[in-house]
Structures are given as structure tokens and as C-alpha cells.
Design a protein around this ligand. Sequence first.
Ligand code: AMP
Ligand code: MG
Length: 307
Amino acid sequence: MNTKVEQKIVSPSAKAIYKASHQELQRLEQTMSFYKEESDVSLLNRYAGIKAITLSKETMAILQRAQDIASQSNGAFNPLLAPLIQLWKSAGIKNQLPTCDEIKSTLARCKPKNLVLDHNHGTAYLKQKGSMVDLGGIGKGLAADVCCDLYQKMGVTSAFVNLGGNVKTIGQHPDQKPWTVGLQHPDKPRGHCYGAILCSDLSVVTSGGYERYTEIDCIKYHHILDGRTGFPATSDLKSVTVLSESSMTADALSTAAFVMGLEKGVDFIYNSDALGGIFFTTSNEVYLTKGVRPYVKLLERLTCYEI
Ligand code: AMP
Ligand code: MG
């Protein structure tokens, strides 16, 4: 998954549980990765415009969830952006911005409706040749959920998993306090937190433009793209953090809300099944939805609004 994974498992069998979770993560990577040739995602992409592919229930479920969130967010979250992601990656390598024509023709292959799911037959089909699925905006959330399901099946009542900023907690910290999840300051070095979330049995996921980027002519173009413009999302936000029981939900919703911007993003989170969100704006103000207030501890003097 091209990310650092941190696990804290409180159990006399922690080592065995860690090993089992490692295997689960490898299994997920083998099925969901865009880059593994034999993954379900690669198979689906390879047969775009050719034929429907039979997939496991697990892959069908994540594709369905991704498609639902794409439709609820009016395409702000879009699991079919892979051709555009590739265009921006190669632009970075060539150190040359994509042309308007390139963006336009690429976007034609990125329509979420190109993905057709048939649950009766257990198949998925990409209608248009050149269309491709990329689960980068939701996959780490799924992986955190899978790890926590495994911990619980193995009797663990206290655990923490962090997949590159995608955190999920089970129960309480061993010292009988809630787990503490840091909120990365978008402009400061990694590990510098502007606040923290104190929580049990919750997932905390952040999407931000500062996380990963391509540089072209010394200008940074970040990794979260807007499928309506074809460019990296430019909103009034530096980051969005979403709290939800499901990490898969928090992952996809944080990406969507980041693309939408503050006003639409807040509405979207209120209308979702997430507990709420924390919005860090480009003017360095913090907006909290009502549901998250009891969990948030600010560590810096920032203007903070409940919205
Ligand atoms: P995240 O870090 O969860 O916000 O997701 C970012 C990753 O998801 C990127 O590295 C891309 O692989 C993919 N991605 C980029 N933009 C979007 C988008 N608008 N919707 C869904 N996935 C996206
Ligand atoms: Mg995400």
C-alpha cells in the first residue's frame, strides 16, 4: 500500500495476531492494488470495454461503496479517476503541465457511471475502453477495518492501527484512557499536531493537499484531483478529518469533503452516516461539526468554530 503501518495490539498473543493481520494486509494488497498485475482491480481495468469480470463478494462490496459515495458526493469522490492520476504523474515526470486537450480527453474516461456492478452474477464491468478503477481514496480505510475485525475475532479488546494517517481504534488505551490520535498541522513538519482526538472504537481519517504531490516547474500539484476540472482540487481547505465507526467510510468521505470545500463539505458530512468532521481552512481556521466537539482537544491557539 506504499505506506507505513503502525499497530498496537494489547494481548498476550499480540505477536501471532500481528502476523495474521500482516497476512490480511498482504491479501488485500494482492486483490485491491492498482499496481499488482493479478489484482481484481487490474483484471477489471484490463478488460475495460471488453467483458465483465467475476469478483469476490469483498471486492464487489468495496466497489459498490465507492460507487455509492461517488453518487452521494456528485463525483467529488470518484474511484474512476485513475487515467487522470496517471496523466498528472507523467506530467510530473516530464516536468510539463498537461494540455487542456489532454485533460479533456482523459476526463471522458473517468465517468463514475462507466462502472457497472451486477450483484446477482457477482460481476463488474468497465463499459468504456481506457477506463480504470483506483481505490487509493478508500482502500486504506478498508484495510483498517479489516485489521480491526481480525483483532476482535481474535479476542482483542484494546488496539490501534494507523495506515498512513488512516487510524482506527478498538476499546481503550491499556491505561484505561481513550486512545489519542494526533491531528497533523497541514503546514508544519510531520508529527507536529494542531490538535488531538480522544476516542474509543472509532476511526479518524484525514485527507490533505500537503500529503503527497507532484512538482512541475517548482510548483506543487497535490494528489487529490477534482474530476470536474481535471486539476488538483483547489478549495478553501488545507485538510479534512472525518470521524466514523467505519474507516472505509471515513476514508472516502474525507477525500470527497476535501474536494468539495468547506461549505459543501460540511453539508455533505452532516448528511452522511459519519459522526462528523474537522475542517482546517486555507486561512488557518478550524471548523468542527457538532458531533465531534466532545472528542477534540486543540493543542494550538487557532480560531475554532462549531458549525
Ligand atoms: P486520500 O489520501 O484518501 O484522500 O486519497 C487520495 C488518493 O485517492 C490519491 O492518491 C488517488 O489515488 C486517489 N484520488 C485522488 N483524487 C481522488 C478523488 N477525487 N476521488 C477518489 N479518489 C481520489
Ligand atoms: Mg480517502
